[in-house]
Write a protein of this length. Structure first.
Lengths: 360, 256
């Protein structure tokens, strides 16, 4: 077990606790950069898909994991980000501007939607956001002149500094683009967590009443979290639409929101790692299932199999590992670090009877 | 000079009068206690001061400013910090992070600066952490510094809550039953801390407490409440021996 001797305040502020941790993450980054040379184009495409899902997941994680507000409507923001970005590109705005701008516009609209929506708590907020997702689906169909309706829209070519990034002709460039986006988002996310605003998010999640007594403006904080979350998810949505090359209302159906929520729960709520681990599960599960069903000799796709398996995984995680994959990893790591002194009950969740009714 | 003044404050919930024409003033630098039987309205007075409730009538002023004009989240910016009777900490965060939330009102950087982690943010964080570290030293919280609240014993949580309030550098500290549920030793510690908070930090303390032993040792003045109205006010001995207070706690001889 490593013990950290802290000699300055910077020890608690900087990104990595010690040299070893910094080395591990640098190694991981190096692996990510080297990945295109290690695997073939098919799996590189899958890896890109993981990064895109992770970007969307980070967006929802900020809202649900950090600020404690459940949302089943994030597919709406993915759609919004995607259509904004593509419409801007079609209007002649270069991709390098249209992409962040799409995120910003989605964020602002998300914050505006949040102002009335965040008056609701818990399950009511989830239902309201679910309604938003379904409504967006219909809106895409109704706004056919702009969105192409059910017929969908072809993604315009992505040109960054004169270099065309195409999924088929330059999968490596696509992968690097997704990697850069997810790295920037992760860095911003991490920076927030070590600053007053990130702590205010956690304060709102754990106890609104005492957050207020400490001077945190609840509605402003929630609105900010919702806006930021929508913006990040919008970026992920834009990547997803562009990556699938042709997209319509079906690309951003409310099922995607549910998958997104499931993804961060399976990955581990409240951890950045959780968004990535969950993205790996979500992106590879369909492939895994088709490989399994192929090997069993059936070449007919079983309708609903994927959704059913997702559902079972979700239920198992909620029952047996509510902290998700990352939580499980933390337990394994502690076990190894303390070996042979780890005790079985170390992670048993204690019931505490200290909470009283909130002043709501 | 009085720091906090309540004038004729009345609060009703439906037909129940929770606080009835209460007037009191807390002077700068003193330790003031509210005592009274359960349901007397002590915590309600705290919730009025932190603006969770708005009184039907009456005035609340802090250092000459009208508190009733402020929303609850701006009350701390005047320098009023509080604890809760039933402990309202941020359970999933560490002790350190809990105390850092106490510094929320003193932040100077905005969201964009924080996202980019500009040097100004780093500088500010160091200041926050230096201040919080002083509180940790003061309250002997070093062993629990990086522990999550969810796993801590009750007595420690109680202290962390005081620490979080102190971290915001308040002028007035509201302690809602600081010694409830604490062992004799922990209560003893709480007593020294309250003394030090007043003497060395120059913070005015207003507290609700049932433990008369603690109250008589640390408080300058005591106000006894019953059914939302003032029964008696004065030094701890005066209030303890006041006939109205005795009858409120023990009942009158006639009834028996």
């Amino acid at each position: 077990m490593r013990i950290h001797f802290k000699t300055s305040y910077d020890h608690d502020i900087r990104l990595f606790q010690d040299g070893w941790q910094a080395f591990l993450y640098t190694a991981l980054l190096a692996l990510m950069v080297a990945l295109p040379f290690l695997i073939d184009d098919f799996f590189l495409g899958e890896a890109t898909n993981v990064l895109i899902w992770a970007t969307c997941g980070l967006g929802l994680m900020l809202l649900t994991g950090q600020t404690g507000q459940a949302s089943l409507g994030h597919s709406a923001f993915m759609a919004l980000g995607c259509y904004t970005c593509v419409l801007l590109m079609e209007a002649g705005v270069p991709f390098i501007l249209a992409f962040p701008l799409g995120g910003v516009i989605t964020g602002v609209i998300g914050a505006l939607i949040a102002i009335p929506a965040l008056k609701l708590h818990g399950v009511y907020l989830a239902i309201a956001t679910l309604a938003l997702a379904i409504l967006t689906d219909d809106l895409i169909v109704m706004l056919e002149p702009w969105t192409g309706g059910v017929g969908g829209k072809n993604a315009p070519p992505i040109i960054v500094f004169g270099l065309e990034i195409n999924r088929w002709s330059s999968p490596v460039a696509w992968y690097y683009m997704a990697l850069v986006v997810v790295l920037i988002v992760t860095l911003f996310y991490r920076n927030l967590l070590r600053a007053p605003m990130g702590r205010a998010f956690a304060a709102v999640r754990d106890s609104e009443i005492s957050a207020q007594a400490m001077g945190v403006n609840i509605s402003r904080t929630k609105t900010l979290a919702f806006g930021l979350s929508a913006g990040i998810t919008g970026l992920g949505g834009a990547l997803m639409g562009l990556f699938s090359e042709i997209f319509n209302n079906e690309t951003f159906t409310f099922i995607i929101s549910i998958q997104l929520l499931m993804m961060i729960v399976v990955g581990g709520l409240g951890f950045i790692h959780g968004a990535f681990l969950g993205a790996i599960v979500i992106a590879f599960l369909p492939q895994f299932l088709s490989i399994v069903s192929d090997s069993m000799g059936s070449n007919v796709a079983i309708p609903g199999l994927e959704t059913a398996v997702f559902g079972v995984i979700m239920i198992l995680f909620i029952l047996f590992e509510p902290m998700g994959l990352y939580g499980r990893w933390l337990k394994i790591r502690t076990f190894l670090e303390l070996f042979p002194f780890a005790r079985k009950d170390m992670f048993r969740r204690q019931k505490s009877y200290l909470k009283t009714e909130r002043l709501r | 000079m009085s720091l906090l003044t309540l004038e004729n404050v009345t609060l009703k919930f439906g037909g129940l009068t929770a606080v009835n024409k209460l007037s009191m003033d807390v002077k700068e630098g003193e330790v003031f206690a509210l005592v009274g039987p359960n349901g007397a309205g002590k915590s309600t007075v705290f919730n009025l001061i932190s603006r969770f409730y708005t009184p039907f009538e009456g005035k609340i002023t802090f250092d000459g400013q009208d508190l009733l004009k402020l929303p609850p989240d701006e009350v701390p910016s005047l320098g009023i910090a509080r604890t809760f009777q039933n402990i309202e900490l941020f359970d999933q965060a560490t002790v350190l992070d809990n105390l850092l939330v106490g510094r929320h009102r003193l932040r100077k950087t905005n969201l964009v600066e924080q996202m980019l982690h500009l040097p100004s943010v780093r500088r500010e964080e160091r200041e926050h952490r230096a201040a919080v570290e002083e509180v940790i030293d003061f309250l002997d919280l070093q062993p629990y510094r990086n522990k999550r609240i969810a796993g801590l014993p009750y007595g420690v949580r109680k202290v962390v809550e005081v620490g979080r309030a102190l971290a915001s550098k308040p002028r007035l500290l509201l302690l809602d039953e600081p010694a409830s549920g604490l062992s004799v030793e922990e209560t003893q510690n709480m007593r020294w801390w309250i003394d030090d908070i007043r003497r060395h930090m120059g913070i005015t303390v207003l507290m609700v407490e049932h433990d008369m032993g603690l109250v008589s040792k640390v408080c300058d003045r005591v106000l006894a409440l019953a059914d939302g109205a003032k029964l008696a006010e004065g030094t701890p001995e005066e209030v303890q021996n006041h006939p109205a207070v005795i009858s409120a706690y023990l009942g009158t001889g006639d009834a028996a």
